[in-house]
Write a protein that binds this ligand. Structure first.
Ligand code: GCB
Length: 608
């Protein structure tokens, strides 16, 4: 079980926050065994004293920052370090001080002033450690934070990967190895999301869970607050609308708020005021040896319901059709590093496109992105990093245990977000393997046990006849690339094959279906009539053929284009400086298909 609720750090009257973003000291451990840093205990002294260092921005992937090809493709430990001064009131007071990393890829070990404070397995999700006692024992001096990050993937990590040691010295230098991955995006690494220090009082709000319901015009918010640090405390919960008016109050640790004439949280384009958020203010007062202590935390809350019934998907009791995209966290130079201009640009493009939804292919996106989905009413299928699960070994017990732990971390992080309407536990696993049946049954049931309010799916590209996990999902999500990976160049087969795909899946399972990927690589500026692969015309016609079949199937409840934008991948003969299936370029300029999709999405929004 997880340690603590790990609420997103926010400043309130009782909590302070300090961002440690900027330039950090950095060194990649290029020793043959990649273990010099641990042997020599680089965390014990300032990094500059144990060898050469370079400047590295945080947050950012380190891969594309320098001119060093060895760093771009580096596998192993890299070391980050930052020295900072803290306000003395943080150290003198009884405050808890926490160090929180939004995400680092993939395995992290963290030290403060040479003392290990935590380690964490897995990218794309946050971790934190309380460091108050270390700060107190070194009061009056600067604080040194060291983070070692290792991007090595194994058959039991999520995503999985393998290292190949090349033994043939006629062909490879001694000690040569490469990393193999079975997913189609560049394995960017480093500290990808903000590192922050924040404080809470010694008696603090550790976690909040809200579950909302709708009854006529009334909104209901069931809530649970967990408090740590005192046996005897009081709780006050105040719900304010956007104007700041108090609309409901509670004085229990667990209870239900009733909001008459509520403003519900609606998806973008389903309402003139989508993404309505109330502010749910929790105030606690706890008894301690030093008297009464207060803590305040404010959570944005959207009131909405989600349900799968028959062959439809409902939000607030109204059928919902997903017209949206698949994305990546990916951009020039910073790789997967969080970047505010890019985030806001992408939301502007989503709105321009009329997209009401996206899937976080193929890993959880930053909390900063999720926050804006809540605010704008962008509906999210929240995918865990279960991508490229192909080998039989990756369905074994230790992989399964890690997968369940990752689902715990993801649900803990995003359980209160109105934008999240469904969990996706994997993308294109080898779900035809016999062992996949038990594996997905277990992961899906466990996810439902963690969160009984949201449907669960995974994205399949297996054949409907032998997919082993489909019996357990609420919505069938299928990817297909007709006239691309099969029958390359034959646009005329798309409709036939797509009808067949949908009919067969629906006949077998009678569940709603989302086309969770479809598309074609397109080099912007390439033109051809009749259309040829890689031209803008070809992408347009692939899309139009898919659309015409979507429109004929009642039980098709959504379409997500692959992909919103071009993105970097591993080098291969099928990738031209990355995957080019974006309807926008990597620099976010439209290809001609973006206009086709835009027309369609606004029409779909008006028809429903
Ligand atoms: C897929 C994968 C996605 C790839 C895409 C492609 O099925 O889910 O990660 O990028 O196909 O373009 O091949």
């Amino acid at each position: 079980a997880l340690n603590g609720g790990m609420l997103y750090p926010r400043e309130t009257p009782t909590r302070e926050l300090k961002e440690l973003n900027g330039v950090w000291s950095f060194r990649a451990d290029k020793s043959t065994q990649r273990d010099q840093g641990f042997q020599e205990q680089w965390y014990k002294r300032p990094l500059r004293e144990t060898g050469p260092i370079i400047d590295m921005p945080v947050p950012a992937s380190y891969n594309d920052i320098t001119q060093d090809i060895a760093l771009r493709d580096f596998i192993g430990w890299v070391w980050y370090e930052k020295e900072i001064w803290l306000p003395s009131r943080w150290i003198e007071a009884s405050s808890r001080v926490l160090l929180r990393v939004g995400s680092a890829h993939y395995f992290s070990v963290v030290w403060v002033n040479g003392i290990q404070v935590t380690e964490h397995e897995g990218g794309h999700l946050p971790y934190e450690a309380e460091i108050s006692s270390i700060l107190k024992s070194s009061a009056g001096s600067a604080c040194r934070i060291t983070i070692a990050v290792n991007n090595t993937l194994t058959l039991h990590t999520l995503p999985p990967g393998t290292i190949d040691f090349m033994k043939d010295t006629n062909r490879y230098p001694k000690g040569y190895f490469v990393q193999n991955i079975e997913f189609d995006f560049f394995n960017y690494a480093g500290i990808h999301r903000p590192v922050v220090l924040y404080t809470t009082p010694p008696v603090y709000i550790d976690d909040i869970t809200v579950i909302t319901d709708v009854s006529g015009n009334t909104g209901l918010i069931k809530y649970l607050v967990s408090v740590v640090g005192s046996e005897s405390y009081s709780v006050t919960v105040t719900l304010r609308d956007r104007e700041g008016q108090v609309v409901a109050q509670g004085v229990e640790v667990a209870g239900q708020l009733v909001v008459p004439n509520a403003n519900f949280w609606w998806p973008y384009l389903r309402n003139e005021d989508p993404g309505y958020l109330y502010s749910f203010e929790v105030m606690i007062m706890g008894k301690t040896e030093n008297g009464l202590m207060e803590d305040v935390y404010v959570l944005p809350v959207g009131i909405r319901t989600v349900q799968v019934l028959g062959h439809q998907f409902f939000i607030n009791g109204k059928p919902f059709y997903f017209h949206g995209v698949n994305k990546h966290e990916d951009y020039d130079v910073r790789g997967k590093g969080l970047d505010w201009p890019l985030i806001v640009k992408d939301f502007n493009l989503l709105k321009w496109l009329g997209a009401n939804s996206f899937r976080t292919s193929h890993y959880p996106y930053s909390e900063e992105i999720m926050e804006l989905c809540d605010k704008y009413g962008i509906v999210v299928i929240n995918e865990c990093p279960g991508v490229g699960i192909k080998k039989s070994e990756s369905f074994g017990n230790s992989s399964l245990a890690h997968h369940l732990a990752v689902m715990e971390e993801l649900v803990r992080r995003d359980k209160n977000r109105p934008s999240v309407v469904m969990w996706s536990v994997a993308n294109e696993p080898a779900s035809q393997l016999p062992e996949a049946g038990y594996y997905f049954k277990t992961v899906i049931e466990y996810t439902k046990h963690l969160d009984a309010t949201r449907p669960v799916t995974y994205v399949s590209n297996a054949n409907y006849q032998n997919d082993q996990g489909a019996p357990y999902v609420d919505v069938i999500c299928v990817n297909s690339y007709f006239s691309w990976y099969h029958d390359a160049g034959h646009l005329e087969v798309i409709q036939l094959q797509l009808h067949d795909q949908f009919d067969k899946w629906y006949e077998k399972y009678q569940k709603p279906i989302i086309q969770s990927e479809y598309g074609a690589d397109t080099i912007p500026g390439y033109h051809s009539d009749p259309p040829l692969m890689f031209t803008e015309e070809y992408q347009e016609i692939v899309l139009k053929n898919y659309h015409s079949v979507f429109d004929q199937k009642e039980y098709v409840i959504g379409e997500l284009i692959w992909n919103f934008a071009d993105f970097m991948t591993a080098q291969s003969v099928t990738r031209v400086v990355g995957n080019k299936k974006g309807i926008f370029t990597r620099q976010r300029q439209p290809k001609s298909s973006a206009f086709i999709l835009r027309d369609r999405y606004f029409k779909l929004a008006n028809n429903t």
